[in-house]
Design a protein around this ligand. Structure first.
Ligand SMILES: Cc1cc2nc3c(=O)[nH]c(=O)nc-3n(C[C@H](O)[C@H](O)[C@H](O)COP(=O)(O)OP(=O)(O)OC[C@H]3O[C@@H](n4cnc5c(N)ncnc54)[C@H](O)[C@@H]3O)c2cc1C
Length: 349
């Protein structure tokens, strides 16, 4: 607490999860002191390389189906309101449509989550399926949102600072380092939570993508074998991909690149002439279930209390999609944690 009695809260992590949590905290508690601590920002984060498609799969799961659906609904509303606001373009949020294709499994082209939130989600027509070379038997068409993290993250960071948030560049080895300076830590550290929390449920899912310049691609296509073509803002298109569990290797694999080119060019032959901008590897921070909950650690601070942490991590391949929803939940957990600990500090937040 500072000399005015206001809470000091640290948000650990400046990826999409940390920054959406930081903005939600400022929104709900304009009088508290918030500091974001991270060792990686903007283009250094996993969030920056994501394709940015709002389309959670059924493997994304929180503590219950109802809560998971609430996260997704809240996230969609957040981004859609941002999109139509005057900040929409700066924040890199846009609307687009596209297809999911399968040659053998009908359930692959359905999404219970998207059926609830997308303005349009229906089976693709025969004519629509025929535009894609290959034997596609099943398909769906969906209108959804794209989020370009290369614009969202700097926008969010600037907004956080404009509203009085402090930013520190630093790597933390353990939560105890923060105990004397902060009353609560919002733990949005992504894959690093494996080490910081000794969390055995955390696992990386390695992904590799090729970013190309192809402004004429305006719709996303997602097919079997993790093959996808996703417009990611300002003419950049993300070609993918792969999903390799427990693989921590961050170097580019030429085999993965070959597979990506072969399958994407088959789906959309004109991509073969698109200039390649970069090949990028990222580790999706996967946990089943995604962890949003409070923990009181037995780490004393100099004020005679113990350190409180609100965890918000483990979003796997869907962190860009779902971050504003889990952020809202994490901030509610934060509110209850303090109400429970008898903190009439809440009135000063
Ligand atoms: C190939 C690929 C494609 C993807 N496409 C999509 C997509 O289309 N849609 C979608 O929704 N998601 C997608 N994702 C998933 C998405 O990228 C992740 O879910 C998301 O980025 C996770 O965000 P995060 O904030 O938890 O983690 P990160 O972006 O990794 O941020 C972690 C932050 O914590 C900080 N941190 C960690 N440890 C410490 C420490 N010890 N001390 C200080 N700071 C620390 C880091 O510095 C960083 O700022 C994709 C991922 C990959 C790999």
């Amino acid at each position: 607490m500072d000399s005015r009695g206001a809470m000091n809260v640290c948000i650990l992590g400046a990826g999409v999860v940390g920054l959406t949590t930081a903005l939600e905290l400022q929104n709900q508690f304009p009088n508290a002191n918030f500091t974001t601590i991270a060792h990686l920002f903007n283009q250094q984060t996993t969030s920056d390389g994501a394709a940015g498609l709002f389309y959670p799969s059924s493997t994304f799961y929180g503590p219950s189906l109802d809560i998971t659906k609430k996260w997704i609904g809240d996230a969609y509303s957040y981004y859609d309101s941002l999109r139509i606001s005057s900040d929409g373009e700066n924040a890199g949020v846009f609307q687009y449509s596209g297809f999911r294709l399968s040659s053998s499994v009908p359930s692959l082209v359905r999404s219970e989550y998207m059926e609830d939130v997308a303005p349009v989600h229906r089976y693709a027509t025969e004519e629509e399926l025929q535009q894609f070379p290959g034997k596609w038997k099943y398909g769906s068409y969906c209108v959804t949102l794209g989020i370009e993290c290369r614009r969202l993250l700097p926008w969010a960071l600037a907004r956080f600072q404009e509203h009085g948030g402090k930013v520190i560049t630093k790597k933390i080895e353990r939560f105890g380092e923060l105990a004397d300076d902060y009353d609560v830590i919002m733990n949005c550290s992504g894959l690093s939570a494996e080490h910081l929390c000794q969390d055995r449920l955390m696992v990386p899912i390695r992904g590799q993508v090729i970013k190309v310049h192809a402004p004429w691609v305006t719709q996303f296509v997602f097919s079997e074998h993790d093959t996808y073509i996703i417009p990611s803002g300002r003419g950049r298109v993300t070609l993918g991909g792969c999903r390799q569990f427990s693989n921590y290797n961050l170097s580019v694999s030429k085999w993965d690149s070959e597979k990506i080119r072969e399958e994407c060019f088959q789906l959309m032959p004109k991509l073969a002439i698109a200039p390649e901008l970069e090949t990028w590897v990222g580790l999706r921070p996967h946990r089943h279930p995604v962890r949003v909950e409070a923990e009181v650690l037995s780490i004393p601070n100099k004020r005679g209390g113990t350190l409180k942490v609100v965890h918000n991590y483990g979003h796997g391949g869907y962190g860009v999609t779902t971050a504003p929803g889990t952020a809202k939940h994490a901030v509610n957990v934060f509110r209850h944690l303090h109400a429970r600990s008898g903190g009439n500090q809440l009135s000063k937040l």
